[in-house]
Design a binder for this molecule. Structure first.
Ligand code: ATP
Ligand code: SF4
Ligand code: MG
Length: 334
């Protein structure tokens, strides 16, 4: 069994919101546990505002959680010495959705991409850095590289810019890339080619991915035999092998999410029954429901659901956070 590359253990993240009298606390991530093995792909899925980016930033060491542990190869990153932390940061890169904001507009592609090579002494001088950047651009499908080296970000298309951003993330051969909605701002026609490129990076260099998305279709396409984790309002609700979890979702929230996805086959569409939610309203995240945060909408909720936060526990080959998981009816979609 592969070793864990990154693990979150019982992680909580609370933000302070507002100012003076209107201050409020927002618990964006609640008691979250997640484990990505070396070379594994995990899709983190959930609706807008459920805490996906916060989890991604915590994994990449950009945010320090309020409590809980973040382990890189078994070591708590917030207890590491300076050198060790620097090495971890080199190994855990992040790709954001907005490639324009990610690149310095007054730096050429060569300057943006050569900086990490020079900073980490992977290239001895400018000439060697230029050769390495050209090789990297070639691998990323930006050919011929000479056409791109001296361009500025605004001279590239969105798809080309995102390839440059992925190139920068991969230049130091990290062990993990957190890809936060990496294709959501790219033309639909180019999305699959960027996902294919990231998949090649996973296969050829063994880079593990946390793929953050609200789109189940791209998660399915990119993750293939990997894992999925589903979040609802800061709580992890179900994790496991993607094919099994989406084939037979156990958690009522995931069942509801899947029943809202249109299916192309008219026969299957007729068979699909929407899960009758008790409420369609998304709760105010500053005043989250007690216990299971899904309880005001869940058709199966009982008293315990309003009182206790359900822990993630093993069931049916996956982990699920639902007090009544054994009693939830099966929901066959596929
Ligand atoms: N720095 C911050 N200060 C205060 N609140 C924050 C901060 N960052 C995130 N939040 C809040 O935490 C919650 C989770 O935000 P997050 O960006 O992680 O969600 P998300 O799932 O990535 O959403 P989206 O799909 O829209 O990107 C939201 O309610 C958000 O407003
Ligand atoms: S814990 Fe209760 S409210 Fe939450 S999903 Fe399970 S049955 Fe529904
Ligand atoms: Mg986000």
């Amino acid at each position: 069994m592969a070793e864990s590359i990154i693990e979150l253990k019982d992680v909580n993240m609370t933000f302070q919101r507002g100012w003076l009298m209107r201050r409020a606390q927002l618990q964006a991530v609640v008691k979250t546990t997640l484990d990505i093995k070396e070379g594994e792909i995990l899709a983190l899925v959930g609706e807008s505002g459920c805490g996906k980016t916060t989890v991604g930033k915590i994994m990449a060491g950009l945010l320090r959680p309020t409590s809980g542990e973040v382990l890189f190869k078994g070591k708590d990153i917030w207890r590491m010495g300076r050198e060790e932390f620097r090495e971890y940061r080199r190994n855990a890169q992040i790709v954001h959705q907005d490639s324009y904001a990610a690149l310095n507009p007054v730096r050429t592609i060569y300057h943006s991409l050569s900086a990490p090579f020079l900073r980490y002494h992977i290239a001895k001088n400018g000439k060697e850095a230029r050769e390495k950047v050209a090789e990297l651009l070639q691998f990323m499908g930006l050919t011929p590289p000479e056409e791109f080296l001296d361009k500025y970000p605004h001279q590239l298309s969105g798809g080309q810019r995102q390839r440059v951003v992925v190139a920068r993330a991969v230049s130091l051969r990290p062990k993990l890339i957190v890809a936060d909605e990496p294709v959501s701002m790219i033309d639909v026609s180019l999305r699959l080619s960027i996902l294919d490129l990231m998949h090649r990076l996973n296969e050829e260099f063994g880079i593990a991915f946390l793929y953050i998305t609200h789109d189940l279709a791209t998660a399915r396409y990119f993750v293939k035999g990997g894992q999925i984790a589903v979040m609802y309002l800061g709580q992890m609700v179900e994790t496991g092998r993607l094919s099994e979890v989406l084939q037979k979702p156990c958690h009522p929230y995931l069942q509801a999410l899947l029943s809202a996805v249109p299916v192309p086959d008219p026969k299957k569409a007729r068979e699909k029954r929407p899960l009758p939610l008790r409420s369609l309203e998304f709760p105010d995240p500053t005043k989250p429901p007690s216990g299971c945060r899904f309880h005001p909408r869940c058709p199966y909720a009982e008293d315990i659901c309003t009182q206790e936060i359900p822990a993630l526990r093993p069931l049916d080959g996956r982990l699920i956070a639902c007090h009544l998981a054994e009693k939830i009816p099966e929901w066959h979609l596929l």
